[in-house]
Design a protein around this ligand. Structure first.
Ligand SMILES: CC(C)(COP(=O)(O)OP(=O)(O)OC[C@H]1O[C@@H](n2cnc3c(N)ncnc32)[C@H](O)[C@@H]1OP(=O)(O)O)[C@@H](O)C(=O)NCCC(=O)NCCS
Length: 162
């Protein structure tokens, strides 16, 4: 007789072997133009910026990344949770962990451009004009396939402990 056990989900730093798995998680949502593409090489280069959700200390089922725009500004990007684990609070856990990492980095504020604002608003993010983040516009938005029909909103969380 086998006994079913609940899978154990953890959120923590990405490991050296994770870039391919993270890139694979992103692909379906890159195709839907919800997240920007990241190659395994790109992810490996910025691995310390990535946090992942893992099941039973093994398979990667979610990811999130910070991007340092310097001067105390961090962006949350590359947020995905594998479809079969969605709606269980993992996206929320990943955002909370990324905000904690931004605090550890002594960031003044963390922002995101997202199609899922409620997730972030519940955690204390507030709306902001995209024009508040010209670094983002210049680095990503101008080359984005949705630049003339953008459905994302900018949200920001000031980090008061600095
Ligand atoms: C957006 C995304 C990361 C959310 O991940 P998730 O793990 O489903 O997130 P959560 O479970 O924390 O929250 C999702 C919803 O489930 C609800 N929820 C949270 N915990 C829950 C639980 N234990 N049981 C049931 N529902 C729950 C939340 O209220 C939330 O509802 P809302 O977003 O409609 O307000 C995921 O759906 C995804 O990968 N989407 C495609 C890529 C994408 O959109 N990325 C974000 C672009 S910035």
């Amino acid at each position: 007789m086998s006994i079913d056990t609940e899978p154990i989900i953890t959120v923590g730093p990405a490991k050296d072997q994770d870039p391919e798995a993270i890139a694979a998680l992103l692909i379906p949502y890159v195709e839907l133009k919800i997240v920007l593409p990241r190659s395994p090489e790109d992810i490996r280069q910025f691995l310390p910026n990535f946090l992942v959700a893992r099941v039973n200390d093994d398979e990667v089922i979610g990811s999130i990344a910070l991007r340092d725009f310097s001067d105390g500004l961090q962006e949350i990007r590359s947020l995905v949770v594998r479809k079969d684990y969605a709606g269980k609070g993992l996206g929320t856990m990943l955002i909370e962990a990324a905000v904690a990492m931004a605090r550890e980095r002594k960031a003044k504020k963390v922002f995101t451009l997202t199609v899922r604002p409620r997730l972030f608003l519940r955690l204390g993010f507030v709306s902001a004009p995209v024009s508040d983040f010209p670094e983002k516009v210049w680095s990503d938005c101008l080359a984005c396939p949705k630049r003339h029909c953008c459905d994302e909103v900018a949200l920001v969380m000031p980090l008061q402990n600095n």
